[in-house]
Design a protein around this ligand. Structure first.
Ligand code: UDX
Length: 476
């Protein structure tokens, strides 16, 4: 529930019904938010300290891979409603509602989140804004940050507490960024006054009018929703991957297990897909920062399980290397491994904490000759790990391979013909790190096929077919 007195309503004149919007930080979240707000009909100014990023966006180029976003950027620029700048004075003058979308990476020396960019953005705006306006944090932050920032803003702002602050967490998934921004499952407004609630409501009017559920809360709850949601999702993935470990010790099949569990509507099939586990710029760092913050707050024990969630996830990477080594005959030195996938998930070029690339790196460290192919992430992967070899095509990556490892489940890999791949490799051996391939089709073509949590030996054909026919979609 809101903590303010709801009977004190602001007069309508104090609410800007069609607010001008700034978006500070034009990375993944900020660029998407800025473009989508312009698509919804608002006048939007995107702001970043990175001149190159701003120049690219002005020229109509999205500096990362996200399906559909490029077209929407061009349309928004053409509409005249979207522009970009590096000038904070201009931003302060322009905006009625300012969204702060800068990054909160994991700190270099601990599990905590690095808040340098968030604090800098709030300070840069607060020292410059001279009329009533709303600052809205969207970045994922440790609980208590918004309260701290409220005090900072009041201290440095020329208009003091007239400049208000709200928190509005973002839940967008890479690969579905536009859909998740324009049609979110819910909106969360963390506010301290009726004015802030109504002003934020005006900024989201088209989405609210669509019937999107709105939860209005205090600042701390709004901050917590984001990390609690990501912790839950990470826990669900690690849960099924922990079951995969048990399957490996017993000869049970984690795929069939996940299918059986997913039919229980209390459990559901989403985020229950076993395999190489989670990575990316959010889930891993968010659960670590959450555990760290909970410890600081004296409630570390309440989320101690998140350390185990992280450990289970990391063990999947090590275990995948074990499977590949096993298939390679027990020693990886000098063996040629064709690695399919580098991004942390398909339809993304993001390699931050990518399980695929981590496995490729471990193989390389054991002396394997690793050739990586990813449809979109090769360039980013090369920057992160220049020592690995990169291929421009799937066929090139698997040519003469002793073992093929599918590590990110792009459609291109799912749809590959086992016979066509088989003609290129040195030996028909494959590890399916994402449970994405048709095991029977590969085995029928003479491939030795291994996957985490699945028995090494084929089941009888009849049983396997029955189970597959019943299987609902498990992925997000
Ligand atoms: C996530 C959250 O979904 C989003 O709400 C939040 O705002 C940011 O973090 P994203 O990082 O884009 O989004 O990726 P997501 O689709 O959630 O996948 C995360 C990782 O989990 C990927 O590496 C994916 O391969 C893995 N995953 C997902 C599984 O291993 N199994 C699953 O069942 C689902």
């Amino acid at each position: 529930m809101p903590t303010y007195e709801t009977n004190i309503r602001p007069t309508p004149s104090q609410i800007v019904e069609h607010p001008r919007i700034t978006v500070i930080g034009t990375g993944y979240l900020g660029a998407t938010h800025a473009i989508c707000m312009a698509v919804l009909g608002f006048d939007v100014l995107g702001v970043d300290v990175d001149e190159r990023k701003i120049a690219a966006l002005r020229a109509g180029t999205v500096p990362f891979f996200e399906p559909g976003l490029q077209e929407q950027l061009v349309a928004a620029l053409d509409s005249g409603r979207l522009s970009f700048t590096t000038d904070f004075d201009q931003a302060a003058q322009f905006g009625d509602v300012h969204f702060v979308c800068v990054g909160t990476p994991q700190a270099k020396d601990s599990a905590a989140a690095d808040l340098t960019f968030v604090v800098a953005a709030f300070e840069a705006l607060a020292t410059r804004i001279t009329r009533k306006a709303l600052l809205v944090g969207k970045s994922t932050v440790p609980i208590g940050t918004a309260a701290r920032l409220t005090e900072l803003v009041a201290e440095v702002s020329p208009i003091g507490r007239e400049l208000e602050l709200a928190w509005n967490p973002e839940f967008l998934r890479e690969g579905f960024a536009i859909e998740d921004t324009l049609h979110p499952d819910r909106l969360v407004f963390g506010v301290e006054s009726a004015w802030a609630e109504q002003q934020l409501g005006a900024a989201f009017r088209p989405i609210l009018d669509d019937g999107t559920p709105l939860i209005v809360s205090d600042l701390a709850t709004a901050e917590l929703v984001k990390v609690a949601a990501n912790s839950f999702l990470a826990t669900k993935i690690s849960y099924i991957n922990a079951m995969a470990e048990v399957c490996e010790a017993t000869g049970a099949d984690v795929n069939l297990l996940a299918t059986a569990l997913s039919h229980d509507s209390r459990i559901g099939g989403r985020f229950l897909k076993p395999g190489l586990g989670f990575g990316g710029g959010c889930l891993p760092k968010d659960i670590r920062a959450f555990a760290h913050r909970a410890q600081e707050l004296g409630v570390g024990q309440a989320v101690a399980f998140l350390h185990e969630v992280d450990d289970i996830n990391n063990r999947r990477r090590v275990r995948t290397v074990d499977l590949i080594r096993e298939l390679a005959g027990g020693d990886l030195a000098g063996k040629r491994i064709g690695v399919l996938g580098a991004a942390f998930k398909p339809n993304s070029d993001d390699v931050r904490d990518a399980p695929a690339l981590d496995v490729a790196r471990m193989l390389y460290l054991e002396g394997a000759v690793v050739r990586v192919y990813d449809p979109e992430a090769n360039a980013n992967a090369h920057r992160a790990y220049p020592d690995l070899e990169y291929s421009d095509s799937m066929n090139h990556a698997v040519t003469d391979a002793d073992v093929v490892a599918l590590l990110t489940e792009w459609d291109e890999f799912r749809e590959a013909e086992p016979a066509a791949l088989g003609a290129l490799v040195k030996a028909r051996r494959i590890v399916d790190g994402r449970h994405a391939l048709d095991v029977d089709a590969y085995r029928a073509d003479g491939w030795e096929f291994r996957a985490l949590g699945r028995p090494a030996q084929p089941r009888t054909a009849a049983l396997a077919v029955d189970a597959r026919d019943e299987r609902p979609a498990l992925s997000a």
